[in-house]
Design a protein around this ligand. Structure first.
Ligand code: HEC
Ligand code: HEC
Length: 379
């Protein structure tokens, strides 16, 4: 006689819809923002930043839902003692992890670690954006060196998050296999099998209205503070008047380089030797020369706190007046095909404005880079 099928195990709604939506949306957003951060060219930074704001918004929602969500979404439902965590690990080692209805203790550690890491990545990203790029709500408050340090931490945390995601996925598969229930499916359907003989707890329902109000208040406050902070002018840029002589005389043979692109000593040396300026005679009347030299000295890289000014301040000792000889310039442009610089719309590596649409302002924002298509030779 065939053995009858056992009755299907009773299942319980564990993950409410907002938690499931949060989980999968966050998975997609975090994967995209990490992929762009690690792999995409610099001019994708605008997209990276907007996705980052999306990730931050989801984190805010998750924090609210951790307070007002239904039972298993609440943080208080998955805070475990070290002893419970250790019991779980021991069970895992023996291949028989104790059944958990909501997050198991290790999963809970991972949830808190990932939320904290993502929050840290968002915070350091905002500091880096404000300090290094003079963009975003913190542009008026953070200097370059702080932003540069934050960027290091931002990258290290991003690598840590990659490792956590790897562990999380491994953990999900391992626990699914050992517990004979697909945790991926439970995060889609929201339902989880009840262990035999388990007493049905009295799960707390979600407080949807409180959650909606809290999310709306937190969201509005953050957007208002961000918008208000964003009205403070970027700290790295100073007001620079146009000088007609500089624009005319120095724009005769090539584009007018922004004074922030070389340090004072380099400009003064260049202005003192214009009769042999890269093999050309660019000499001026003494008055004009002096006026331009004063102007360049005043607005040289030392006066700015932009990324370009900070990086290009370190010049090449053998060619101190050549922006394109600085170690940073060479590093940043080393991967661009040499032939690109020879194509028609570009003509020469010193033609910054051909690729940097904002070269005239000295900003050199990542989003403003566009390598021009070479003009096709007409047949
Ligand atoms: C007579 C033409 C001429 C005039 C006028 C002129 N330059 Fe130049 N400049 C050149 C040439 C040629 C080069 C070398 C270009 C190259 O090698 O790509 C050059 C290079 C430079 C560079 C280095 C760019 C790089 O590739 O890093 C700077 C900076 C510069 N000039 C600044 C000035 C300033 C400031 C003035 C005004 C005082 C000025 N130039 C006026 C012809 C001129
Ligand atoms: C052929 C196009 C091209 C030209 C010409 C060019 N650049 Fe760039 N520049 C780029 C690209 C592409 C990058 C991004 C490189 C990377 O992936 O890091 C870049 C990056 C930079 C950065 C770093 C920006 C950041 O936020 O990371 C600075 C500063 C910069 N360039 C300055 C200059 C200056 C100054 C000149 C002219 C002397 C110049 N560039 C000429 C294409 C160009």
């Amino acid at each position: 006689m065939p053995t009858p099928h056992p009755p299907p195990a009773p299942s319980l709604p564990v993950w409410d819809l907002p938690t499931r939506l949060y989980h999968w949306l966050q998975a997609v957003l975090v994967a995209s923002v990490l992929a762009i951060g690690f792999l995409a060219p610099e001019w994708w930074m605008g997209i990276h930043v907007w996705l980052g704001y999306g990730v931050a918004g989801l984190i805010v929602f998750r924090l609210v839902w951790g307070v007002f969500g239904s039972e298993y979404s609440r943080f208080t439902s998955f805070i475990f003692s070290p002893r419970q965590t250790w019991d779980h690990v021991r069970g895992l080692i023996r291949g028989r992890p104790p059944h958990s209805i909501g997050h198991n203790p290790l999963g809970a550690v991972m949830v808190f670690a990932m939320i904290a890491t993502i929050a840290g990545i968002v915070a350091t990203g905002l500091i880096a954006l404000g300090g290094e790029e003079n963009q975003g709500p913190l542009a008026g408050f953070v200097g370059f060196s702080v932003g540069d340090g934050a960027k290091e931490v931002h990258s290290i945390l991003a690598i840590a998050l990659l490792v956590m995601i790897g562990l999380h996925i491994f953990g999900v598969f391992a626990e699914s296999w050992l517990g004979r229930e697909s945790l991926i499916r439970t995060m889609i359907s929201g339902r989880k099998r009840l262990p035999p003989g388990a007493a049905l707890l009295n799960p707390r329902p979600a407080r949807r209205r409180a959650a909606t109000v809290a999310t709306a208040c937190a969201g509005t406050a953050i957007i208002l503070i961000g918008a208000l902070a964003g009205t403070v002018p970027a700290s790295g840029l100073i007001a620079m008047p146009r000088q007609a002589a500089f624009q005319e005389e120095c724009g005769e043979c090539h584009e007018v380089y922004h004074p922030s692109l070389l340090p004072r000593a380099s400009w003064l040396a260049m202005m003192a030797g214009l009769e042999n300026h890269f093999g050309e005679d660019a000499s001026l009347s003494p008055d004009t020369d002096q006026a331009i030299a004063d102007y360049l000295a005043k607005y040289a890289s030392e006066s700015w706190d932009t990324e370009a000014a900070n990086r290009l301040r370190v010049v090449d000792g053998a060619a101190p007046a050549q922006i394109t000889a600085t170690p940073f310039w060479k590093r940043k442009h080393g991967e661009i095909e040499k032939s690109v610089f020879e194509t028609k719309p570009l003509r020469g590596r010193g033609n910054c404005a051909a690729c940097h649409q904002d070269a005239g302002s000295g900003r050199f924002d990542d989003q403003m880079i566009a390598i021009p298509e070479p003009e096709r030779p007409s047949l």
